[in-house]
Design a protein. Structure first.
Ligand SMILES: [Zn+2]
Length: 356
């Protein structure tokens, strides 16, 4: 069930951010603790940089521009989960009666002392199960050639050789694919992989253009979905769970060379179409510290959007790459004549003449 805005605010207001932080394993002393990304800090954040405000229910790191937020953000970051999963976890841990009110049957408990009701947790799904489901979904999709995605891509100056090379797909047969998947895997597994929502519907009804994240052997365990409709606010949807590696991983082959690091699949494909070695991260803040090793021997040009969020994200990525001594530079930092520079608010696709 989707929580209303009021319910979320009420839940946040009723929780102590320090208590939640401690439950997540952080050692909070006098409202402070070490940053989750010590490698971004001088001396591994020996003097704690992360502070909590009990009154405002917020946390922030003084160094990392992306390490800040409320109690839900904190759970999302530390458990590497979605917003909804974070809310569910908070309820399970701290407000189990709220979960019960929402129709989950209350398990019997002999303990009257504790307000916390133990709920059996479903076993984790294995990587293999997850991969099978994702591969089966991708197989049921169509090449973009004869679909509404064709014009969308052409307008953005992304053409057929790139569609084919990167195996772009479109969810044409929404109803049929949905039924086939349920028959094959059962709804529960599909929901846990994140392909189906809590109401039992296949996601991506409005996000039908699918970018598979191919690995070095052209298999795909992850994908990003995009809407081609103008009026849909959320343009992209990521599959729940960990992003295993950057988009277009083949480029990161360990051989010396340049690589352009872009934000989102569209920007990445824009450069791929110009025969530039480009990889993508799903969002401006989604670069993972554990990905740094993929960039071994590469000279990285960071090409995030020319805006506030892009600049902050760039700073974080630079710090991570610098810490591992991977050479990097920011796109546009070279002395280019004004007309060749990216304008404020532009992304790589705009820069290369893509139309919305
Ligand atoms: Zn930090």
């Amino acid at each position: 069930m989707q929580d209303s805005h009021d319910e979320i605010e009420q839940l946040k207001a009723s929780l102590s951010i320090t208590t939640v932080a401690e439950k997540l394993g952080l050692n909070v002393v006098k409202g402070r603790c070490h940053c989750f990304y010590p490698m971004r800090h001088a001396h591994g954040d020996r003097t704690p940089s992360l502070s909590f405000s009990e009154e405002r229910g917020l946390f922030r790191c003084f160094v990392c521009p992306d390490v800040r937020g409320d109690v839900i953000t904190l759970v999302e970051m530390l458990r590497d989960c979605s917003f909804n999963e974070a809310v569910r976890w908070l309820k399970d841990e701290f407000r189990p009666w709220m979960a019960v009110e929402q129709g989950t049957p209350a398990p019997r408990s002999n303990s009257t002392q504790s307000a916390v009701v133990e709920r059996p947790k479903p076993p984790e799904i294995s990587e293999l199960q997850r991969m099978k489901v994702v591969l089966s979904f991708l197989k049921k999709l169509d090449p973009v050639d004869e679909t509404p995605a064709k014009n969308y891509l052409i307008k953005r100056r992304i053409f057929k050789p790139v569609w084919d090379k990167m195996r772009l797909r479109y969810l044409t047969r929404y109803e049929e694919v949905s039924l086939e998947l349920v028959k094959e895997f059962g709804l529960e597994l599909l929901q846990r992989v994140g392909l189906f929502n809590e109401k039992g519907n296949l996601r991506y009804f409005k996000h039908r253009l699918i970018f598979p994240y191919l690995d070095s052997e052209y298999r795909s365990m992850y994908f990003q979905a995009r809407t081609i409709e103008r009026d849909v606010k959320q343009k992209e949807m990521n599959l729940a769970g960990k992003v295993p590696y950057p988009y277009n991983l083949q480029v990161l082959d360990g051989k010396p060379g340049w690589v352009y690091l872009c934000e989102g699949a569209i920007d990445t494909l824009t450069l791929v179409g110009r025969s530039m070695p480009a990889v993508g991260i799903p969002g401006v803040n989604s670069f993972k510290a554990e990905w740094v090793s993929y960039f071994k021997n590469k000279n990285v040009v960071i090409c995030l959007d020319q805006d506030e969020a892009g600049r902050n994200g760039t700073k974080v990525i630079q710090e991570l790459l610098n810490a591992s001594e991977i050479k990097n530079t920011v796109n546009g930092s070279l002395l280019l004549p004004e007309r060749f520079r990216m304008k404020e608010g532009e992304d790589m696709n705009d820069y290369f003449g893509g139309k919305h």
